[in-house]
Design a protein around this ligand. Structure first.
Ligand SMILES: CC(C)(COP(=O)(O)OP(=O)(O)OC[C@H]1O[C@@H](n2cnc3c(N)ncnc32)[C@H](O)[C@@H]1OP(=O)(O)O)[C@@H](O)C(=O)NCCC(=O)NCCS
Length: 223
């Protein structure tokens, strides 16, 4: 039987809302579909108990669910600050908090796929990050989902570099996963720099735009 929705078939309504404490088992079950090792019952309870701050539903994270009219939780998304930002200069890490969000997992219940839930969850997370002043949303994904993320405006590759005030940071997973990213403000741009093996993200922080004519010498950018 084809899994594809027949042309013209109606989509069930759903609403995207912040995950609540009593969503814990649904939230963990759905996130497990996308990231099996991410949440234990204890971390789920901790996450969903975090307070909202501005547009971040569970600061510093974003935890969303898709709820059907009958109350069924049919989708979930978990986003948080990327771990790599803490591996670099403390000043950069502090400045990057509030500029980069990592979507760790997004999942739709298998019974409700191809009905717009996954896309709606990602768009809702992006909206929250944009309103909170973030410049970039990123994620790691299977190559098979390239089309799904391209439709949503992500650029993906095996690796990317980010131009930071004190370093050039290589972003990517050592396994087969692709790194996808989407700029959220016009300052942040993905640039093909001559000499650089992968595209470089500029403009995440002040004075990190990639100047016209920049080249990569194997270590840093120069003009
Ligand atoms: C990936 C996933 C979240 C997509 O959710 P969804 O609600 O089914 O997706 P949407 O209905 O919003 O899809 C929108 C479009 O994206 C594309 N798309 C969706 N799922 C796709 C897939 N598995 N492969 C390729 N393209 C896909 C299609 O073009 C689809 O439009 P169409 O149905 O009109 O053809 C869902 O398949 C899922 O939960 N997978 C398991 C967990 C996972 O792998 N998560 C991603 C890694 S974190």
């Amino acid at each position: 039987m084809s899994k594809k929705r027949p042309a013209g078939a109606s989509r069930p309504g759903f609403r995207i809302r912040p995950a609540e404490r009593n969503d814990a088992s649904d939230f963990a079950r759905l996130i497990h579909l996308a990231a099996p090792d991410e949440l234990t019952p204890a971390t789920t309870a901790y996450l969903l108990g975090l307070p909202a701050q501005g547009y971040l539903t569970h600061s510093p994270c974003v935890c969303l669910t898709a709820e059907l009219p009958d109350g069924t939780v049919a989708g979930a998304l978990l986003a948080q600050p990327p771990a790599w930002m803490h591996e670099f200069a403390a000043a950069d890490a502090e400045a990057l908090t509030g500029r980069v969000g990592l979507i760790v997992a997004v999942a739709a219940d298998p019974a409700f796929r191809r009905q717009g839930i996954g896309s709606a969850l990602i768009r809702a997370a992006e909206r929250r990050y944009r309103r909170a002043g973030f410049g970039l949303v990123m994620l790691y994904h299977e190559p098979a989902l390239d089309g799904f993320y391209q439709e949503l405006g992500f650029s993906s590759g095996p690796a990317l570099m980010a131009n930071l005030p004190h370093s050039l940071l290589l972003l990517g997973k050592e396994d087969h996963l692709l790194t996808g990213l989407k700029p959220l403000d016009p300052q942040v741009r993905l640039v093909d720099v001559p000499g650089a093996p992968v595209p470089v993200i500029g403009g995440l922080l002040p004075q990190t735009s990639i100047p016209q004519g920049a080249r990569f010498d194997g270590l840093c950018l120069y003009r």
